[in-house]
Structure formats: C-alpha cells, structure tokens
Design a binder for this molecule. Structure first.
Ligand code: F6P
Length: 573
C-alpha cells in the first residue's frame, strides 16, 4: 500500500545522531550559554531573526549555534519534510488513520483549482460557502435578516466546543477593536452555568444561535443546543409569542428555530433533524480538521463580529503565511524555524514545556487556542508505523497574557528546576493605545526575555545592593536566592499591529510549525484518538449517574464506585 507520508524514524537519521552529540555542549551546566553566544557574535540578533508577512521573529535567544541550526535543517531534509508539506497542500490523505485529506489551506485560498480523487474541487466548494456566509453576514448586520417577531438581531451565541469554539472565541477577542455593535457570546462547557449565565443577559427575540459542530453529535454541544432551543421556546411563550404567532417560513413546525438557529457543520442529516433549514446551514467538509476549522463556516461568528471584509483579511493573512511557508527557503522560513528551534528544545535539550506569552490582552485566549492545535495534533506516542515512540513528541503548552503571568508563574520560569521555553508575542502598536500603558507593557516584554537570557550574577546583585546602602553581610546571606543563571530560551514575535491580516498569518505560522514538527516526529498530527476513550467512558457512566441507584456497579474500579456512591449520597439533601 502506498503511504502518502514518508515513514522515517528521526532517531535513525545521521542528523539526529549528530544533534545528540552537538547538544551535550548546551545541556545543563555545560560550556555553552546564551550570554556566551551573544558575546561571541555581536551580530547574533541580526543573523538570528527573520521577517514574514508582517511578523518579525527574533530566535536569537535560543541555546543554539549555527552548526546546530544547520544540523536541524539537515534533520528536516532527512525526514523528507518538503515531501510531507507538498502532500498536505495537494490533498493527499495524510490523515491516514481517518483516511482524510488535510486542506484547511484551501479555506484561505478559494481560487485554488485542484481536484480531489473523488472529482470535487475544494476551492469551488469553499467559494460557494464563503459567498453564502457573506450574504448572511450582511443581512444580519444591515438588519434585513431578522428574528421571528420582526426584530433585528442584537446578539449571537456560538455554541460549540474544542475547535468549534476556541478559534472563533480567540479571534473575536483578538480583534475586539474591530468589532461592531453585535454582541457575540460563546458557550462551550456542558456545565449548565456556562449556558445559563450567558442566556440570562439575552433577549430571545433578538438572539441568533450558531450551532457549531463538525459532527453535530458532540455531547456538550448538542446538550447546550437543545437547552438553548428549549430556553428560546420558553422565553418566547412567556413573552406571549406562542407557537402560532411565531413568524417564519415554517410557522408552527419549527416555532422560530428556522430564523433563530443556524448550523455550521458537515452533518446535514443531523442538522435537519434539529430543525435548522438547509439555507441556514453553512457546511464544511471532512478534509477540514476541527482544530483547523476557524477558516471555514466555523468562523461565521468572527465574520459577524468584525464584518466580512475583516474576516477576508484574516483569511488573506493566513494564505500569505501559507505561501511563505510553502515557497520560502528554510533559512528564511518562519514556521520552519519555529519548528526546528522547538525540536531542538524538546528533543535535544530535554525541555518539556512551552509557555505562550502574549503581551496583548486581546490575545488572552491565544494560549488556550494553541493548546488544542498543538497538543491535540502532536500529543502522540505512536509513530506512523504504529510503533511506540522512543523519543519525545509534542510539548506541554500553556500560558497567560504577559504581565498577568509575571505575577503568577514567571518565578518558576526564572528560577524553577525545570526549564520552560517561551514564546513572547507583542504587537508594537496597541489596539487600545492608552498612554503610557503600552510602553509599560512593551518594557515588561523586552525585560522578561532579556532576564531569561541573562539572569543575574553575584557582582550584579552586590552592586545593586551596595547602591541602596545595604550591608555586605546581609547581601551575602541573600546571595543564593538572588543570583540566577538565566540561560533560558525564548522566541520573540512582534508585529506592527494586530490587524486581522496579522492575526491570520500568526495562526497559520503556528499551524505550520506544528505540521513540520509532526512530520519530523513521524506521527499523525491530524487525528485525535486520545480523546475518544474519555467520551466512551462518559457514555457508559451516564446511565449509572442518571439511574440514581445506590449500588449499581459491577465490574467497575473501586475509585469510580466510591465516587459514584458519594455523588448519589450527596444528591439526597
Ligand atoms: O475534542 C475532540 C474534538 O473532536 C475536537 O477535535 C473538535 O474540535 C471537538 O471535539 C469538537 O467537535 P465537533 O466540532 O464535531 O463538535
């Protein structure tokens, strides 16, 4: 059988072996440090930075030298990355375990004309749906599309989870300065608190629900969608709009659902069963992965929030990064460079975690968004032959907006026993340019990346304390706590301003970084079997929870039994 991706164990390449040897000089307590790298090359920042589609990447503060970088590029060559990238862009079924192509890049390039084996031209499908989305967005925003009592929509609620929530939510926050008057809300958690607290503020007559689910079967989303529909009916009844009085194309049957509910999905049958009309369903396709679906109909909430022109600019930014990624030499390639530096940190320096640190409050959901894209893609321990990996794959990602993080977890990043790699992200101009806030924010971002690199030595501590008149004896006692080595790696990403274009290119850069890493690790980055077991067990346990029996359980582990019993006991009062 012909496999669309090469199957190469990266540890068996010559480059991997050479990198392993090369890394020994950079490991803990070894001869090479970041400060020495900077001393040795005064042009380091210039040489170790690049620009792409509005983003400046400074990767100079990584514990890596030119020879290491060259070896990393050789590793990518030996792992046939270029072939893998082309396989993705040209529609090969690189998501082999689900037998799917991976074509989110076509969503931002509707003019692409290539044909899949089944005869469909993805670009044409995309163009058609985008045109329908554009019409819908302008109808909602100009008030020609209205609710069933004739009122214009004031609020939109996107109900979805995972990729059907995190991307649009993050983008709506990131572009908050571009938003219009429409209130856009997101409900994801199956915890009723999330839905009820959102609905409490809303008027059913002016609320539009977007049910966003690729499968239209996800438990959390369907529970929220059904409850939202019940809420809508109850509220309308309470307002005196019984089923008979609801305006709409299918009066009485859909009872307003036809005008107040929209579906973003690949599952037309389930959408119809829910009561959404075909003209209110915006489809996408199995070649769009959930965590890569922001660019598809799943982005409708973003298009409504910021207008269709800005949504198109978001797509254009991502497309520009796609072209940069596909056609630029690896030396100047932003996603490839991020990927190779990440591989170095993960596989050769043994750094397990990556902190995403946006110095822009509008990017506050960016770390959470990237968590899904990266960890659901590359959190794998079996290679493309089905064999257990004998090397590390995806790191743990986490993060918070910059200065908030500084007062929470940066202590560990600076002085903890584990090293954490950091990505700083800073737009040079703020969407909310309040003087002097953005200057403070910027100074903090630069200072933190500098401190991580340089640390603080004995002499600096002594001098600082002497300057404020502190005795030498007292300073000596504190020295072990005040000295820190620095030598902690980070990248710095900066754009001029977080425009829709810049946001699109940033997200696409990370998507491609993740692709390159997955290709080197010889794993399948586009499936997510690991989340299935939890779903199965939830479905098996649900009847035991619903039955409210005290002693229901044969064949279950003692911990789950005890939890069930305690839970039931605490339902009684
Ligand atoms: O958590 C697993 C997952 O399948 C994600 O990959 C996906 O984004 C999410 O669930 C939501 O799925 P759906 O869009 O089908 O509701």
């Amino acid at each position: 059988m012909q496999h669309p991706l090469p199957r190469i164990n990266p540890t068996e390449t010559l480059a991997w072996k050479q990198l392993t040897q090369h890394a020994s000089a950079f490991r803990e307590g070894a001869s090479q440090t970041l400060s020495r790298l900077f001393e040795a090359d005064p042009q380091r920042a210039e040489r170790w930075s690049l620009e792409a589609e509005g983003w400046y990447l400074d990767y100079s503060k990584n514990l890596l030298d030119a020879q290491g970088m060259a070896l990393l590029r050789r590793l990518a060559e030996e792992c046939q990355i270029q072939e893998g990238v082309e396989a993705m862009f040209t529609g090969a079924k690189i998501n082999e375990t689900e037998e799917r192509a991976v074509l989110h890049t076509v969503l931002r390039d509707p003019s692409s004309s290539f044909r899949l084996a089944d005869g469909t031209v993805p670009g044409e499908l995309v163009k058609e749906v985008l045109a329908r989305m554009e019409g819908f967005v302008s109808g909602v925003l100009d008030g020609t599309l209205r609710g069933c009592t004739g009122k214009a929509f004031t609020d939109v609620v996107n109900i979805g989870i995972g990729g059907s929530d995190l991307g649009p939510l993050m983008a709506c926050e990131a572009l908050s300065a571009y938003r219009n008057a429409l209130g856009v809300h997101f409900v994801s958690n199956v915890d009723g608190a999330h839905l009820l607290r959102t609905l409490q503020k809303l008027d059913p007559e002016t609320t539009l629900f977007l049910i966003a689910s690729k499968t239209f079967t996800t438990q959390e989303t369907m529970a929220n969608a059904l409850s939202a529909r019940s809420w809508f009916w109850e509220q309308m009844e309470a307002l005196g709009h019984g089923s008979g009085s609801l305006r709409g194309s299918s009066l009485g049957v859909h009872r307003g659902v036809d005008l107040h509910f929209v579906a973003l999905s690949t599952n037309a049958v389930a959408v119809k069963a829910f009561g959404v009309l075909p003209e209110r369903m915006f489809p996408f396709w199995d070649w769009v992965g959930g965590r890569y679906s922001l660019w598809s109909a799943i982005g409708l909430s973003v298009a409504l929030a910021v207008g269709f022109e800005n949504f198109k600019a978001l797509l254009a930014g991502a497309h520009a990064m796609d072209r940069h990624f596909r056609y630029t030499s690896w030396e100047q390639n932003l996603p490839v460079t991020l990927a190779l530096v990440g591989l170095w940190n993960r596989n050769f320096l043994g750094i397990h975690s990556l902190a995403i640190l946006p110095y822009d409050h509008c990017l506050s959901r960016f770390p959470a968004y990237l968590q899904q894209v990266d960890m659901e893609s590359n959190g794998k321990s079996v290679d493309r032959q089905g064999l257990p990996l004998d090397y590390e794959s995806g790191p743990v990602l986490w993060g918070e907006p910059g200065t908030n993080g500084q007062h929470a977890f940066y202590q560990l990043i600076h002085q903890g026993t584990s090293k954490v790699a950091c990505d700083f992200i800073l737009p040079a101009q703020s969407q909310y340019p309040v003087v002097p806030h953005h200057r403070y924010l910027t100074a903090n971002a630069f200072a933190q990346s500098q401190a991580l690199m340089q640390g603080r030595d004995r002499e600096q501590v002594m001098a600082a304390f002497a300057a404020v008149g502190r005795s030498e004896e007292k300073t000596q006692n504190l020295l072990p706590f005040l000295v820190f080595e620095g030598n902690r790696p980070s990248n710095f990403l900066m754009c001029q301003a977080l425009t829709p274009f810049a946001l699109g290119s940033l997200i696409a850069a990370y998507e491609h970084k993740i692709l390159v890493q997955g290709l080197v690790w010889n794993i399948y980055s586009f499936d997510q079997w690991g989340v299935e077991l939890g779903k199965d067990l939830t479905n098996r346990l649900l009847p035991l929870i619903e039955s409210l029996q005290d002693n229901p359980v044969q064949g279950l582990d003692s911990s789950t039994v005890a939890l069930l019993r305690r839970w039931h006991a605490w339902q009684k009062d």
